[in-house]
Design a protein around this ligand. Structure first.
Ligand code: NI
Length: 226
């Protein structure tokens, strides 16, 4: 059986990864707003690094859809779309609550163990890229026994669509703590085979994630909650 954490290698972060993490956190905190120019020379000076790792960090964030790089104007924080986030999360709620409801009564104990390991790893993981993968792994493990591969395929597609937003969301330490508490409550309900409770926790978890993100995109900071 393939473990969720396979391929996760524990190694020190490169300078480029450290810079990418700092920039993601600055976007998540609202310190860097959508459209803000990210000049390599300014960033190099501010961080005290050479331009090479800065350029690599910006390319990494571009691949994640968080930064846009224009051939002549350079890099800036990508535009984010609050309406798109709300739509993706509304569909996630429909699909994932149904998959969870079907899966919980028949979910194998080994999947629950793997889900718990994913949460333990999120607690100690420093790299945001890996948080995203672990978070996705945790959710998918709980839906594993839903018995409908098309449903799982749709869920994965919407995780992919949400990926850049989830990375930003998870870069916010305050949100990450709340999210982990919700994950633990969700797992406990699954262990008790209480599908109804599990579904209500998941629904709240997804709505809170969506609202937190939309506030960040439209209000300029994940910390501010209205
Ligand atoms: Ni989650």
């Amino acid at each position: 059986m393939r473990g969720f954490a396979e391929g996760v290698i524990d190694r020190p972060l490169t300078v480029a990864e450290q810079v990418a993490n700092i920039l993601r956190e600055a976007i998540a905190s609202g310190a860097l707003k959508a459209g803000t120019a990210l000049r390599q020379d300014e960033l190099a000076e501010r961080f005290g690094f050479s331009r090479m790792p800065i350029r690599d960090a910006l390319r990494q964030l571009e691949a994640e859809g968080i930064v846009s790089i224009h051939p002549t104007k350079g890099a800036h924080v990508a535009r984010m779309d609050g309406a798109e986030i709300a739509e993706i999360y509304a569909v996630r709620e429909l699909l994932e609550c149904e998959a969870l409801r079907l899966s919980v009564p028949v979910l194998a104990g080994v999947k629950l163990e793997e889900a718990e390991q994913a949460l333990d790893q999120i607690d100690v993981e420093r790299d945001v890229g890996r948080w995203g993968a672990l978070n996705r792994g945790f959710h998918l493990l709980l839906y594993d026994a839903c018995g409908n591969r098309r449903l799982l395929g749709l869920i994965e597609a919407h995780h992919n669509a949400a990926d850049r937003y989830v990375r930003i969301l998870l870069s916010n330490l305050d949100y990450r703590g709340r999210s982990q508490n919700e994950h633990r409550d969700l797992l406990a309900a699954c262990r008790r085979r209480d599908a109804e409770k599990a579904v209500s926790i998941l629904r709240r978890h997804l709505r809170e994630g969506s609202e937190t993100l939309v506030n960040a995109i439209e209000g300029g900071g994940l910390s501010r909650k209205s």
